[in-house]
Design a protein around this ligand. Sequence first.
Ligand code: NAD
Length: 368
Amino acid sequence: MHSFDLIRDMGHEQVVLCNDSNVGLRAIIAIHNTHLGPALGGSRMWTYESEDAALVDALRLSKGMTYKAAVSGLNLGGGKTVIMGDPEKDKSEGLFRALGRFIEGLNGRYITAEDVGTCVDDMEYVFMETSNVVGVAESHGGSGDPSPFTAYGTFRGIEACVERRLPGRKLKDLTVAIQGMGHVGAHLAHRLAEAGATLCVTDINEERCREATDGLKKVTIVKPAEIFSVPCDVFSPCALGAVLNPKTAETLKCSIVAGAANNQLETMEMAEVLRKRNILYAPDYAINAGGLMNVFLELEFYSKERATRMVSRIYNTIHTICDIAEREGLSTARAADLMAERRLETVGRLKRSYLRQAPPRSRSRMPS
Ligand code: NAD
């Protein structure tokens, strides 16, 4: 694989290979774009089939973070770390502290957080070596579990989608089908139930599904394979990626797809398929940015109230994306990309003019 060609084609600024044989650390830190601010993205630990597969994953995920931060109005860039190793067997204090020292060496250009295969406890070790880590425990001034905020943002995104696609209808008159009753899905189910929605839910873990919906009214539990064909108003993927593929896109019986799962579209063409079926798709990285917003505030001054207000604005972001899509005749997925690219260009351009002193630390668009 021609790594430099790949990095150039995907527009990355910097890729760092980290090795510490004593602790068995082999990691790649990919910094995609820092035009808006420091690159932020989690540290993923995974048993990659090859070094090339790890590099491709780091490049793909870090680029995704650039778009997510940009569309969400955050002054952050996109980055990601992938650690090659088995999260069940290869974790140690030494490994995460070594990673922390590599991150510290980047002098604030990259900030990490937990991700697939890592957890808050691992980040505590990273935190011993660098302050460029977010999502640490609340006892250390961190913001704790981001899932309730991701769920709240998804809820606000669903509200915006309903206004666009089903004007005049209220959640209490609608049915929402949720795939995945994990951290985000369960919180979302409770919010929707409070708003009076009828729910149809599923999870491959039946017990989790029952526990998550215990005490909720107007809930039906269905088998995992049935969730795509359930007649509903909103289908909310909150489990896996690539759930919107040629088969499922034709099966769906809904007006809106709006959920928290990452990378829902198997390919970008799926966005067009949904558009042609008149199904409004809320771009995943825009609607599920609540968790990122929550950790972002750790870099400024964290409070749950501020985080809630910021996350609430996902409603506005979804409306803006729909405006662009309608005005320019695009799918909402393409409109979200365009919105992110335009902000990167506009704000990136501002930084070309000379200022004698460093400007004050960029703040998010939300007033405090
Ligand atoms: P989670 O692991 O807690 O929950 C996922 C749930 O999906 C699990 O209960 C699992 O059993 C279930 N599941 C897996 N495959 C399934 C299938 N085929 N059918 C039905 N259920 C299935 O994860 P989470 O933190 O709730 O995140 C859910 C999704 O949202 C993921 O795609 C994640 O990447 C994305 N996301 C999460 C956050 C966050 O703050 N947690 C932020 C942004 C995006």
